[in-house]
Design a protein around this ligand. Sequence first.
Ligand SMILES: [Ca+2]
Ligand SMILES: [Ca+2]
Length: 512
Amino acid sequence: MSSIKINLVLCSVILCVLVCVNTQSVHRRFEYKYSFKPPYLAQKDGTVPFWEYGGNAIASGESVRLAPSLRSQKGAIWTKQPLNFDWWEIDIMFKVTGRGRIGADGLAFWYTTARGDYTGEVFGSSDRWNGLAVIFDSFDNDNKHNNPYIMAVVNDGTKVFDHKSDGSQQLLSGCLRDFRNKPFPTRARIEYYLNTLTVYFHNGMTSNEADYELCFRAENVVLPRGGYLGLSAATGGLADDHDVIHLLTTSLHTQQQQSGGQQMSQDEQQKLSQEYQEYQKKLEQQKEDYRKEHPDEVRDKDGEFDDWFESDAQRELRQIFQGQTQIHDILRDLNKKVDEVIGKQMNSLSMLTAVYGHTQGQPIQPGAAPPAQLPTLPIGRHDWDALVANNQIMINTVAELKGFIIDVSRKSDALVAAQGGVGGAAAGSAINPQFLNEMRDSLQQVKATVTGVAQRLASGTPQAMPSNFPACPEVSCVSFTALLMVVATQLLLMMLYAMYKERKEAQAKKFF
Ligand SMILES: [Ca+2]
Ligand SMILES: [Ca+2]
């Protein structure tokens, strides 16, 4: 027995060590040479340090517009150097915006062995790529109502991307997410570590950095080493603006890689830091030059308060979204708490049932709480009765509520019917049941009178009267058909009058 225990303890210790090693072994390093971000994203001459762009792409200090919202535009941006590390995490902040309810074509992130075209066929880049594409496809080419869609497509340089089916037969994995026209920039985090590719997505509905959700995770993904990073976008008949605000690359290293790498690259690190400082100096120099050349704008630049102001509409929108975010957080907390309360209630209920069964002398079921704990519960017969009585009261109240709701529903139905009548007074539904009853009574009376008259006519016709005698004795000189016609005319007049009256009343009611 003791040997088994020792084995168990040993196993758990080994597991713990393994987990600890696994989680602690990731070393992260920000790679500025494979990143861009505002401010001063593009330099004064329009270049982006360590990157090259082309096609219809335009870089500004704040973002890179890969493709503007004009028809048939294509553009891309690529790193100058291939990656010198195997595992990485890339965070892309982007905005796809357009005035249309649907947009096109989309944006793509690339990790490929060679830099692609600036005006290629696949979202602005080359087809038959060797490596990975993470595509944000806005337009639904196959009309399956499954776009905007985010997908990863791995290619070995031989496959041609199938636009007609939106790549649905070629994708590695993907998720349906709307990334167009969001209040805040949308974000994607693409992680490739130990041959596992994971894509997280931030839907841009909040400004909270932690609101990433998993789009997909794919294991055993083999990508070629030393690829170039790129971003591209394209428009078609429909067009969106495709703006990338930042691309931040972090290299991921295992423990062994880290120790080996550090020994190896002392010189290289020095060289890199020197290069970085030179770049910083160059930037400072450029800023200084700018100040000298534009003395009027210096005061503004010193303050840089222009960006701090916002219009009323912007403020309102921001406040609405902040409020929504708060509501969302509170609801999430509430949900958690309600779950806890329900769990506790279920526990108490099962315990109560056990106690009740015990006091009634019934055997406690095997699944219930252990009997050893029962006497410690401070619930007596009296409490139990009170609980049952309370329950009964609640049931009665619910029944009353139900009755009340049915009553209200019936009344509202009647009201709706009456409203319908007001809308179309000529319709038969405008006549209320009371009026119909009155009509029926008067019709009955008329019918009775007519029958009486007919009987009298039938019985009162004297046999003595010859058939050729004009049928106009002292009793009545009006024929039966004429009488019926008069009655019918009268009825018609009555009905018309009643309908007119109804309509007037309904119109009067409208103003209450
Ligand atoms: Ca498409
Ligand atoms: Ca589709």
